[in-house]
Structure formats: structure tokens, C-alpha cells
Design a protein around this ligand. Structure first.
Ligand code: NA7
Length: 540
């Protein structure tokens, strides 16, 4: 608990503080301005971009198509930005976010290289006091923590990490000066999630030896990277607001796709094979069937992908170890690449399956498994993040009665509609737990949640400025609703994944993503607003 000075209305510095300047943060600052609210923004990086500022490792690229993974609130922005690739790379997305921030004229509102260390709610004034890493204290009425879901890197939980005498890099915080040269180096890479899968083929281009330390194999399907379709671009530019509306009506928050029309249950064996092959060639194999969410359809999709993965690797031992036999497709975050699996056909690339030969320790010279010491010049950790709750816990947040967010979430995340927590009035958490977040299109979600948050703020401003926070009943209902949808998702509860905190020792196992679909989520948010927040408590 923090001991901060008591605050009063007289101390108020601004209406809204926005922390973070990724997709949600930039749009939140613009929204605050549009609604005539005074604002301040804070960003721990030196530039905007969030995820796309930090993750500059070689090969970093978005799996979601650029025409989906973009803003649609402003038709001029849609018209004036040309994507060079249907799945843009990190540098281009970061440049895009800077372009949007410039267009929205929010750059001067953001204090860069500034971390928020604490946020304290005052019951007396109803205001939040935020303290920065430069010891500045700012008081606001509404606090929006747009700090991302995958922004708190996981520290590698391996013995001897600090003893290695060579160079160490993290994909989540890759040096931004482009000075990393792995030419002729013996490189070990720990982790084969999306970051590892993207980085490994690039690293293998220059390194003399590459050893990949794989704890769990992942599904790898073709990427959609390639040229943009000019007809589609013209269609999107014609009416961006209609695109935005249509995306919110879908399950995943993407522009509606003309795929997966046939139902698995209505096809015979040959029909299913045909649909799967067509979907693979069209790079939408997860959506080969309209009823792809059924366990039997998911099993067919999983088997089909495994077969395709085996075909791409020459050595059968390596191929077999690269295929995820232990979980169904979608249980963990699937990866996308057209070159990852073939990289293992290169003579200098070696797979070390930790399921058979676990790492015992890191030594000064390299990585020691139960079988051998592998000498290395460089270790790259692609070991992921303390997802969703991690970024929140990195800030010392205290709400009503001084209760901290870590106490409130001791048994795992609890909130209502994925945005607000009981006991933390006027604190808004876009991209947090139990929203469609990482199982949807994060760009669509950023716009939807920020719209909902600022529509809620408008309502409060027009109703005598009560403080808003959800009731415990609503939180319990939302947790149950999230769980009930997770139960229907193949592999969601049976697979060890960061979706449920399983990658962090001791973290409560709660499935943290709402998979009831974007449309349902959006409707639930707006029905609360239309009905005057029946699921919330309003403190006068
Ligand atoms: P992920 O997907 O969490 O991947 C992390 C990888 O690191 C994964 O293969 C882990 O194995 C592995 N890992 C983590 N700790 C260890 C230790 N101690 N030893 C060996 N291997 C380890 O993170 P990414 O950065 O790749 O991707 C994050 C998201 O970015 C991704 O999901 C997309 O949304 C984009 P595990 O699977 O836990 O056995």
C-alpha cells in the first residue's frame, strides 16, 4: 500500500492520464482531445509503438493482415497510408503508429522515457495520483492504462542465466541501434513461440551454428505475407467506418472473410480433405470449416497441419520433434511462417528438444543439457511474457481502502467486461484480462475498447461525475461467462499456455481471454452503457 498525500479537486492536473502509446494509447489520447478533456500521456519507451517499439528482433512481423491490423476511425489516415506487405513487418508498423500519432497531434502530449511507478486512488477526492520514474506526481480524474497484454517480459527461469560470458539478447527488448551482428557466431535460442519462430530463420542466415532449445513444439502454418490486394485496399478506403462497424460484428474482429463456408459435419472424408487443402493453399487453414470450433473439426485441422509440417522437414527425427503432438491447434498461440520449418534442413541448424534433454544450467561457455554442454557465443531468449496481469503488477496500484491490484488479483484476474476492476474506480484497462484481446484483432479491440471507455467517461461527465466501478456480482458473472466459453474452445483449459498463466511458475491458472466473440463482447459493453451501468456501482 502507498502512503501518498491526500488529494482534493484543487490538485487536479488533468482530466485523463493515458499510460502507453501503442494502438490503444494513441487512440485514447486522440479520443480524450476530441471530447474536450485535458490530458497527459506517458510512455516508458523513447517513441510510440508499444509492442512494435520494443520487439525489434530480426524477422519481427505481424501475423494479422495489415488491412485488419490498422485503425479505421479516420478516413484520411486509411486513405493516406500504404502498406508494403499484407502482413507488415515491425519497422513498418512502428512507423505507421508514429504517422497516426502525428496526424492525431498527440506526440506533444506524451512524456517519453517515463515509467509510471505507482497509481493511488484517493477516496476523499475520488482522484488518482500517478507517480512517474522522474518522481513527478500528477493528479487526474480518469486513468487509462493502455500498457498492453504482452509488455512485461518473462525472466528466464533457468539456473545460471547470469553466468554466461558471451552476449545475451532478448527478443522482447532487442537493441534498437541495429548493431547486433551474429555473423559467424554460435547462437543458442531458447523459446519457440511466435518470436522464436520468426527470429530463428533470420538468425540462421548469418550465424555459423544455431541450436534451438525447444520446450514445447508449436503449430506453424503459412503466413499471409505478400503484396496487398489493390481492389481490397480501394474497398476499405471507400468507407472505413463501415469496415470498422463490420469488423465489430464478427467473431474475431477482422474484416469479414469469404472463407470456411462449408461445415465439417456436412462433408464426407474426401470433402474434408479438399476443404483443408484449399484452406491451406489460401493460408486460412484454421478456418477451413464454418464449424471449425467443434472438437472433431479442430482434431481434423490439427492432424492436417501436423502432416503438412512433417512434409517440410527432411530429417524425420527433427520433423517429429517439431510437430506438436501434445495439444490441439489453438491450445497455445499458433505461429505462422513459410520458412521456419525448412530452416531445420540447413546443416548448421540443430534442434534440442528439451522434453528429452532438459536444460540443467547455463554456464560461462554455453547451455548444458542433461546430455551435453553446447558451447555458444550468443544466447537469444525468446522466452515470452508475464502475459496480461504482468504489466499491471509492474505498477504499484492501490484503490479503495488502499487495496492493491496484486491483492485484488491474488487468485487471478477479476474484472467486468475486461476493462474495469471492483474497488478501482475510474481506472480503465484496455487490452487486459477477460477481453477478446489476444484471441482477436488487437487493433479492432483497441478502437472498440477506447470508444467504450470514452463513451463511459462522457456519460459520467454528463451525470454529475460519479465514480464508476463494477460490482463484485458482475465480476463473478464475467469470470463465469469467460470460463464457460473457454470450456468450449478445444485445448483452452487442457493446454499449458500463457493464455492461462501456465508459463509463469506460481501464477494462478485462470483462462484470461474472453472467447465469446467480438460481436457478443461489443454488445455486452454497449448494453451496460445504454442502460446506465446496471452492473456497476456509482459512487456519488
Ligand atoms: P511465447 O509464445 O510465450 O513463447 C515463449 C517460448 O519460450 C515458448 O516456446 C516457451 O516454451 C519458451 N520458454 C519459456 N521459458 C522457458 C524456459 N525456461 N526454458 C525453455 N523454454 C522456455 O512468447 P513469444 O514472444 O514467442 O510470443 C508472444 C506473443 O507475441 C505471441 O503469442 C503472439 O501473440 C505474438 P513453452 O511453450 O512455455 O513450453
Amino acid at each position: 500500500m502507498n502512503s501518498e498525500k491526500s488529494t482534493s479537486e484543487l490538485d487536479l492536473d488533468c482530466d485523463v492520464i493515458v499510460v502507453g502509446s501503442g494502438f490503444a494509447g494513441i487512440y485514447a489520447l486522440w479520443q480524450a482531445r476530441q471530447r474536450g478533456l485535458s490530458l497527459r500521456g506517458f510512455e516508458r519507451g523513447s517513441d510510440v509503438g508499444g509492442t512494435w517499439y520494443w520487439n525489434t528482433y530480426p524477422g519481427a512481423r505481424c501475423d494479422v493482415e495489415s488491412y485488419n491490423y490498422a485503425y479505421f476511425f479516420d478516413k484520411d489516415i486509411v486513405r493516406d497510408w500504404d502498406w508494403s506487405d499484407a502482413c507488415a513487418g515491425q519497422e513498418e508498423i512502428q512507423r505507421y503508429l508514429r504517422f497516426v500519432a502525428e496526424r492525431c497531434d498527440v506526440l506533444n502530449d506524451i512524456s517519453f522515457d517515463t515509467k509510471i511507478v505507482s497509481a493511488v486512488h484517493s477516496e476523499e477526492s475520488g482522484l488518482w495520483t500517478v507517480t512517474t520514474s522522474h518522481k513527478e506526481r500528477i493528479v487526474c480524474r480518469y486513468l487509462v492504462l493502455a500498457i498492453g497484454a504482452l509488455s512485461e517480459p518473462k525472466t528466464p527461469d533457468i539456473d545460471g542465466v547470469d553466468t554466461f560470458s558471451g552476449d545475451t539478447y532478448f527478443t522482447s527488448n532487442w537493441p534498437k541501434d541495429h548493431t547486433v551482428d551474429l555473423t559467424g557466431k554460435r547462437v543458442g535460442i531458447v523459446g519457440t513461440g511466435s518470436s522464436g519462430v520468426q527470429a530463428i530463420p533470420e538468425i540462421a542466415k548469418t550465424a555459423s551454428e544455431v541450436h534451438v532449445f525447444q520446450r514445447t513444439a508449436n503449430y506453424v502454418t503459412p503466413t499471409r505475407s505478400g503484396p496487398m490486394d489493390p481492389d481490397l485496399v480501394a474497398k476499405l478506403r471507400k468507407d472505413p467506418h463501415a469496415v470498422r462497424h463490420a469488423s465489430r460484428e464478427t467473431y474475431g474482429g477482422h474484416t469479414p472473410l469469404d472463407i470456411g463456408k462449408e461445415r465439417f459435419l456436412e462433408l464426407d472424408k474426401a470433402g474434408r480433405e479438399r476443404a483443408l487443402s484449399e484452406a491451406w493453399d489460401g493460408t486460412y487453414v484454421p478456418l477451413a470449416f464454418r464449424d471449425a470450433y467443434l472438437p472433431e473439426a479442430n482434431a481434423a485441422i490439427s492432424d492436417f497441419i501436423r502432416g503438412k509440417m512433417l512434409e517440410q522437414v527432411n530429417d524425420s527425427w527433427t520433423a517429429n520433434h517439431l510437430v506438436p503432438w501434445d495439444h490441439p491447434f489453438g491450445g497455445k498461440r499458433p505461429c505462422m511462417s513459410n520458412v521456419y520449418l525448412q530452416t531445420y534442413n540447413l546443416p548448421h541448424v540443430h534442434l534440442v528438444p528439451l522434453s528429452e534433454t532438459p536444460i540443467e544450467r547455463i554456464t560461462t561457455d554455453g547451455i548444458e543439457t542433461t546430455e551435453e554442454l553446447i558451447p555458444l557465443d550468443v544466447i537469444v531468449y525468446a522466452t515470452g511474457f508475464d502475459a496480461i496481469s504482468g504489466p499491471l503488477f509492474a505498477i504499484d496500484i492501490s484503490g479503495i481502502s488502499g487495496k492493491s491490484i496484486t491483492e485484488a488479483w491474488e487468485d487471478g484476474p477479476a474484472n467486468y467486461l475486461g476493462t474495469m476492476v471492483h474497488g478501482f474506480p475510474n481506472l480503465f484497462l484496455p487490452s487486459s484480462a477477460m477481453s477478446p484481446s489476444v484471441l482477436s484483432n488487437m487493433a479492432t479491440l483497441a478502437e472498440q475498447q477506447i470508444d467504450f471507455i470514452f463513451d463511459s467517461i462522457d456519460w459520467l461527465e454528463n451525470h454529475g461525475r460519479p465514480l464508476l466501478h463494477p460490482s463484485t456480482e458482475s465480476q463473478n458473472y464475467w469470470r463465469e461467462e469467460t470460463l464457460s466459453f473457454a470450456k468450449r474452445r478445444p485445448g483452452a483449459l487442457s493446454t499449458k499456455s500463457w493464455y492461462s498463466g501456465a508459463n509463469i511458475p506460481g501464477k494462478p491458472r485462470v483462462f484470461m481471454v474472453y472467447c465469446g466473440g467480438f460481436k457478443r463482447y461489443n454488445e455486452k459493453c454497449y448494453s451496460e452503457l445504454m442502460d446506465g451501468f446496471p452492473g456497476y456501482e456509482l459512487i456519488p
